[in-house]
Design a protein around this ligand. Structure first.
Ligand SMILES: [Zn+2]
Length: 247
């Protein structure tokens, strides 16, 4: 038997009484766990295996199949359900994690990012657009797609007023080095947006959610973060489309 802390990313009914849950865990990445008699169980044990539950799971591992023995809730994120946009955004984050997290990988930072983002989302402590951008860009950095935010690749300028960011190349050039030419896949942004991207990919977790941005800059950051993640994943998500249709 193994004991793991994790967050439920999906519930999938199976047969008459059972369900499968996808769980992201710190030490073992993404796991699929069978929950026997799930739809009979009520109360504590049931809430600990529902969507977005952060729980401590005791799991039997036999013949390469994982079956839930018991579960204790740590935090359930009930209040996410108070906002349809918040809940939809959380569903998109869960989809992204199911797509990008492998089994048996150390996912400590990714889980911490998800937990912190859900916390701010549940409590309504940050603008949803800001939370979405932070989640998208920081996740990409944690899983090996960190953009190069140091300086202009041509001349080393550290704080150009304006710049072109290559989404797939992952770095940027200033207008002088671009020779006035914006390539098709380059994203034009101004310095405040670059500063926000730098903060998101580099800041310590304790400061990650603490920055301010004008509404215009936040809009640009949000567009950039979404293009960045979808371009690298080469796909979209139906949960993202659903969220955007609500706005
Ligand atoms: Zn330059």
């Amino acid at each position: 038997m193994i004991t793991l802390e994790g967050i439920v990313l999906r519930e999938k009914p199976y047969g008459e009484q059972d369900k499968f849950i996808d769980v992201i865990t710190k030490d073992r990445g993404l796991l699929e766990v069978a929950v026997k008699g799930a739809r009979k169980i009520t109360g504590r044990s049931s809430s600990s295996t529902q969507l977005f539950a952060y729980s401590r799971f005791c799991i039997n591992n036999s013949k390469d199949r994982l079956t839930l023995n018991s579960a204790e809730p740590i935090h359930i994120f009930y209040d996410l359900r108070k906002s349809l946009t918040g809940l939809s955004l959380a569903a998109y984050f869960a989809d992204v994690l199911r797509f990008s997290t492998a089994e048996r990988t150390d996912s400590g930072n990714v889980m911490r990012l998800f937990l912190n983002t859900l916390h701010f989302l549940e409590k309504g402590l940050r603008n949803e657009k800001m939370l979405k951008s932070i989640f998208e860009l920081r996740l990409m950095s944690e899983i090996g797609f960190m953009p190069d935010v140091v300086c202009c690749r041509g001349c080393g300028a550290f704080e150009p007023k304006e710049l072109y960011f290559s989404v797939m190349g992952g770095g940027f050039v200033c207008p002088d080095c671009a020779g006035g030419e914006q390539l098709e896949n380059d994203f034009k942004m101004e310095l405040p947006v670059l500063s926000a991207v730098r903060h998101i990919v580099l800041a310590d977790f304790s400061r990650l959610f603490n920055f301010r941005l004008s509404e215009h800059a936040l809009d640009r950051l949000s567009v950039f973060a979404e293009i960045y993640i979808l371009s690298h994943f080469e796909r979209s998500f139906s949960t993202l489309d659903f969220y955007k249709n609500l706005l």
